[in-house]
Ligand binder design. Structure first.
Ligand code: HEC
Ligand code: HEC
Length: 181
């Protein structure tokens, strides 16, 4: 029993960075573009955004149950390398398809709410601001509703203020628009 535990600890320690990245790919997509419902793509995300979120997730400030086991043993230098890895991958639509009518409605709302002032002119993100372009629609719609309803733990309050008072249909339209960029 003790020997088995020891061996288990050894193998956990001996995990290389590539093996860790493979684990991430099982959920977030091997090329960083997620094909799984409500799981975000990481390809082309700003390095600082991924680094920042991974620290929040590891420290339990943004608790994500599905990720608990994989983030537990992550050292700061692993996180830096993982963030650089996903930043270099090319973002491409891998999930749900934007609906043209929703995109049009979302476009008007996004202009009014000035999403590009923080997420960048092409919605590709910058620093702590995530990329929205080509992100999964179902993930973004759920994330936006979480911000609005104060359910996203550890979140920057900027997003809650932006999305305040929007109804579900508005949010869905905005998610279709952002994903289509
Ligand atoms: C078992 C599935 C699973 C595995 C394995 C997994 N994740 Fe996640 N990850 C998720 C889910 C689900 C979310 C979104 C949670 C939510 O709704 O906020 C997420 C969110 C994230 C986020 C936040 C992204 C954003 O746009 O807000 C980052 C960064 C992240 N994961 C990185 C990783 C890394 C790096 C690994 C490997 C070390 C990993 N994940 C492994 C399921 C997983
Ligand atoms: C004042 C700056 C600001 C503005 C304006 C803004 N955002 Fe954000 N947004 C942020 C920040 C910062 C985050 C990361 C927040 C966190 O810590 O969870 C974020 C996160 C998000 C996320 C979560 C993405 C992910 O991968 O987890 C979505 C979706 C999003 N914003 C969409 C929008 C949309 C759509 C608009 C316009 C309606 C908008 N944002 C306007 C600053 C802004």
């Amino acid at each position: 029993m003790l020997a088995a535990l020891f061996l288990w600890a050894l193998s956990a320690q001996a995990q290389t960075l590539n093996q860790r990245i493979e684990q991430c790919g099982a959920c977030h997509g091997a090329d960083g573009n997620s094909v799984m419902e409500k799981i975000p793509s990481l390809a082309g995300q700003p390095e600082f955004f991924v680094l920042n979120q991974l620290i929040l997730i590891r420290e339990g400030v943004r608790p994500i149950e599905a990720m608990q086991d994989v983030v537990k043993g992550l050292k700061d230098e692993d996180i830096v390398a993982i963030a650089a890895h996903f930043n270099k991958l090319v973002a491409r639509p891998a999930g749900d398809k934007p609906d043209p009518a929703m995109v049009e409605r979302g476009s008007l709302l996004s202009t009014k709410l000035r999403c590009t002032s923080c997420h960048g002119p092409a919605l590709t993100g910058d620093q702590q601001m995530p990329r929205l372009a080509k992100q999964r629609i179902d993930y973004m719609a759920a994330a936006l509703k979480d911000y609005r309803d104060n359910k996203r733990k550890g979140a920057d309050t900027a997003m809650t203020a932006v999305i305040y008072g929007l109804n579900d249909a508005d949010i869905d339209a905005i998610a279709h628009y952002a994903a289509s960029r």
